[in-house]
Design a protein around this ligand. Structure first.
Ligand code: ZN
Length: 530
């Protein structure tokens, strides 16, 4: 979370405006939901005491239903999201997760809460060790290479940076402490090789998160069975194996080894958010065994752990969960070669976070068309009535139907319908040369899109897909150069043709002669403009 950004959104709570409805209404007369907060003459600092009305409802997987969201500490919210296992390059499915929780964090922030977002990096596990070994690289270099790729992809999609991104390898002492407590409480046991397992039969609540009975569960899929009291017991700590690099193990009271996957999240969530915190998020596929095991570890150790469980849907192709095995075309790097990041962001944002996104080339084409419509309006309206600054957008009152939609378990499709309505109104106002209405629509549209991380008038999306006159002018100039080059070649004046090509190269324009004609592109920063 970029702190500045979060704090700038504070105290504009459409809900949770604090001090109760009566007080808020008495001041600004709009009620808590419509109160513009920072711009409210009533003053915007949350007042201690009652926090009614709280109207945000979130679907809590543990409760199997919508629950009113009430933060543990008034005015604050702690969120833990299971981040990437940095074993390979990010694909579109990974981006679904970060975008879903980015919208949640933005909405909570816009609602006046101080958001602490923790998203971990799993930088050691079986797959990382195996893939690094196959590639002949140290596992830690392999993990770091992919961690950077993930971060670049998150940044490209305009995802706000979390408050902190703890790595598993940096939290072994916390894990050891938690394991020792579990052993002392009779919920975990060590075996001869130095591994430590969680004893699922010692914890009657095991299976409660996913409502499964212990006797129906399959053996834990952690590769080892030796010494387990029950095949469903799962590894808290994995003893190092002779064929694993020495750097992949840590010395502990149980012997040299490395973390079990589930344990790291329990340990890191507690370190940064406390033993009880507000929201835990992740993909649907993480419900079991990962989240079930996290709950078991933390609660068996006496912690309260997460109060709300949010799970997002997948990106699917032909109805199947998208995974790397479906091909490299789904890598973020491959998609961004032909699609602007904001279009991918739009596509991932536009669906309800709990629904599946069926992905195809049409998905991106449709996203592109809608984005151009939104950006086009913002561009034309700004030209007509003047650009708005970030403070104006942040302080704007959000349309009530938009607030209602977002409060309804982050119903982004319904919220976007409100955005489109305002774009229609705004376009009509533009056609009628009605500056007042145009400005009102521009402000509302930008404020709503800002909540979704899609404001065309703000960084990093300014000018993308809008009125690209600079691009059109460049295209015309380069085309004229290429025409002159073609004429020179026809006249067999190769020195002139080469000079034109070199001139373009110096300007950072790469020319490529293909069988079907000449193509040009801008050189990447690395290629430079010499
Ligand atoms: Zn986790």
């Amino acid at each position: 979370m970029e702190r500045g950004g979060t704090l700038a959104r504070r105290a504009r709570a459409p809900w949770l405006h604090s001090a109760g409805v009566a007080d808020s209404q008495a001041h600004c007369g709009r009620g808590a939901r419509g109160c513009p907060g920072a711009a409210c003459s009533a003053g915007s600092r949350p007042v201690a005491g009652s926090l009614a009305p709280v109207t945000l409802r979130l679907y809590d997987t543990a409760a199997r239903g919508l629950r009113e969201f009430v933060p543990l500490t008034p005015g604050e919210v702690g969120i833990y999201v299971c981040g990437a296992t940095v074993q390979s390059s990010p694909h579109i499915g990974h981006m679904r997760s970060v975008v879903a929780f980015d919208v949640l964090a933005r909405w909570l922030g816009r609602s006046g809460l101080r958001v602490t977002m923790i998203r971990n990096v799993t930088d050691i596990d079986d797959k990382i060790l195996a893939k690094a070994a196959a590639a002949g690289e140290p596992w830690w270099a392999w993990a770091m290479t992919h961690e950077r790729e993930f971060r670049d992809a998150y940044d490209a999609l305009g995802v706000l940076r979390p408050s902190y991104e703890p790595r598993a390898t940096g939290h072994v002492p916390e894990m050891v402490e938690l394991i020792e407590q579990l052993v002392a409480r009779g919920h975990a046991y060590g075996v001869a090789d130095g591994s430590v397992y969680f004893d699922v039969r010692s914890f009657p609540e095991y299976g409660a998160l996913t409502r499964q009975r212990l006797e129906d569960l399959s053996p834990a899929d952690d590769g080892e069975l030796a010494g387990k009291r029950d095949p469903r017991d799962f590894a808290l700590w994995k003893a190092s194996k002779p064929d694993e690099p020495a750097t992949a193990s840590w010395s502990t009271p149980f012997g040299r080894g490395r973390p079990g996957w589930h344990l790291e999240c329990s340990a890191m969530a507690e370190r940064y958010l406390g033993d009880t915190f507000d929201i835990h998020g992740g993909g649907l596929d993480l419900r079991f065994p990962h989240h079930e095991n996290e709950v078991a570890q933390s609660r068996a150790a006496g912690r309260g752990f997460a109060r709300y469980w949010l799970h997002h849907g997948w990106v699917t192709q032909s109805g199947k969960k998208m995974s790397k095995s479906l091909g490299n075309s789904l890598l973020v790097s491959a998609i961004l070669e032909h699609t602007h990041p904001v279009v991918l962001r739009y596509v991932l944002t536009a669906a309800h976070y709990r629904s599946m996104i069926e992905y195809s080339d049409d998905t991106l084409r449709e996203g592109q068309a809608i984005w151009e419509r939104l950006a086009g309006f913002v561009s034309r309206a700004s030209e007509r009535v003047g650009a708005l600054n970030a403070a104006q957008v942040a302080a704007a009152e959000l349309p009530a139907p938009f607030v209602d939609a977002m409060d309804d378990d982050l119903n982004v499709p319904a919220a976007l319908a409100v955005v489109h309505e305002h774009v229609r109104t705004g376009n009509t106002a533009l056609a009628d040369a009605d500056a007042t209405e145009t400005r009102a629509a521009l402000l509302a549209v930008r404020a709503m899109l800002d909540v979704l991380g899609l404001d065309p008038g703000a960084s990093p999306w300014v000018g993308v897909g809008a009125d690209d006159r600079a691009g059109a002018a460049l295209d015309a100039l380069v085309s004229a150069e290429l025409d002159a080059r073609a004429a020179a070649r026809t006249a067999r004046d190769f020195s002139t043709a080469d000079a034109i090509r070199d001139r373009l190269a110096r300007a950072g324009v790469l020319v490529e002669d293909a069988t079907d004609g000449v193509r040009w592109s801008l050189a990447s920063e690395q290629e430079g403009t010499s």
